[in-house]
Ligand binder design. Structure first.
Ligand SMILES: NC(=O)c1ccc[n+]([C@@H]2O[C@H](COP(=O)([O-])OP(=O)(O)OC[C@H]3O[C@@H](n4cnc5c(N)ncnc54)[C@H](OP(=O)(O)O)[C@@H]3O)[C@@H](O)[C@H]2O)c1
Length: 288
């Protein structure tokens, strides 16, 4: 495979993990974010603000041979302004600021673009009619990317978990689980698989293989919130003191058939694989 120049814009948790994978394969990796102090060694940091076109132009002036642009920025605030800035204007600003067009653009989106709430399966062909402002703006970002004048691919992640993303474990350790009723299916993907899926698709593009315009990236085991929280309670020996209905997203099951059929193998196909490791790590650090 050729050595490529890859720019990761919004190089945070997923972007940095991806960057390390790409570095290990001998690619040249740039990571753009406002605060570049935390970037892993080897990723060449570019400090710039996506909301400021002039700042971006100056920062990206030297990147004139970008093969792959991976856009993984996340909104800084959970409101319309923050979402528009991160998922719509930021992408446009990046494309306008780069001295030349990349050969392929990847945009990380979310399963939040689906409106379905009947616990049925959804995939890349399912209709998306989100009611929330976040889903609507994310979908607008996807459409902008897919209609841009360059080959592009949207990767929709479900709920990301992993090291330093211990929300669910902390909730259960605090004694709270989700009730069995109402039925609420949830979907998740480990941070390493988010990066793994992107790495896998980038390799295909660099090898000249065709890929689809959209992939839904979620592990192979959608489960109810009740099942996963009950399982974590058992594994962490937490005493259950409350049951809270949390319906941050509609109840649906995300199918990963397309990315599996493309050949990707999940490192953490089920929550059991990923959360077992996180709970073990927690226990190890607690023992120190
Ligand atoms: N969290 C989830 O469960 C979930 C689910 C589905 C999809 N996603 C999507 O998955 C992608 C990757 O997520 P992640 O967890 O890796 O996010 P993350 O760790 O928060 O990284 C995003 C990065 O974007 C940078 N950024 C934000 N605003 C910026 C700006 N104005 N200018 C320059 N950089 C900016 C931030 O760095 P600085 O603050 O240093 O600028 C941050 O490091 C995101 O697109 C996210 O929306 C997340």
């Amino acid at each position: 495979m050729q050595q490529a120049t890859i720019l990761i814009v919004g190089c945070g948790d997923v972007g940095s993990t991806l960057g390390q994978m790409l570095l290990n394969q001998g690619h040249k990796v740039f990571g753009l974010r406002r605060n570049i102090n935390q970037l892993p060694q080897g990723i060449q940091g570019i400090s710039a603000d996506l909301t400021n076109l002039e700042n971006l132009k100056a920062a990206l002036a030297e990147i004139d041979d970008c093969h792959i642009l991976v856009y993984t920025a996340a909104a800084s605030s959970h409101d319309e302004e923050g979402y528009e800035a991160a998922y719509v204007a930021g992408v446009q600003n990046t494309l306008n600021a780069l001295p030349s067009k990349p050969k392929h653009l990847f945009f990380t989106s979310s399963s939040g673009v689906y409106h379905q709430n009947d616990s049925d399966w959804v995939d890349e062909t399912s209709p998306c009619e989100p009611k929330s402002f976040s889903g609507k703006i994310m979908l607008k970002g996807e459409q902008q990317v897919l209609s841009a004048d360059l080959p592009s691919t949207v990767v929709r992640f479900s709920g990301i978990y992993g090291p330093d993303r211990g929300y669910l474990i902390n909730r259960v350790r605090g004694g709270d689980i989700a009730p069995a009723e109402p039925l609420h299916f949830s979907n998740r993907i480990h941070r390493d698989d988010c990066a793994g899926v992107l790495n896998f698709l980038i390799a295909k593009v660099l090898n000249g293989e065709a890929i689809d315009p959209c992939y839904l990236a979620s592990d192979s085991n959608p489960v109810t919130m009740h099942e996963i929280t009950t399982w974590i309670a058992k594994e962490t020996k937490s005493q259950i003191t409350s049951e809270t209905v949390s319906r941050r997203a509609g109840s649906k099951r995300c199918s990963n058939k397309r990315i599996i059929e493309a050949g990707y193998r999940f490192k953490y196909p089920s929550y059991v694989d990923g959360y077992s490791e996180l709970i073990d790590l927690d226990q190890e650090s607690g023992d120190k």
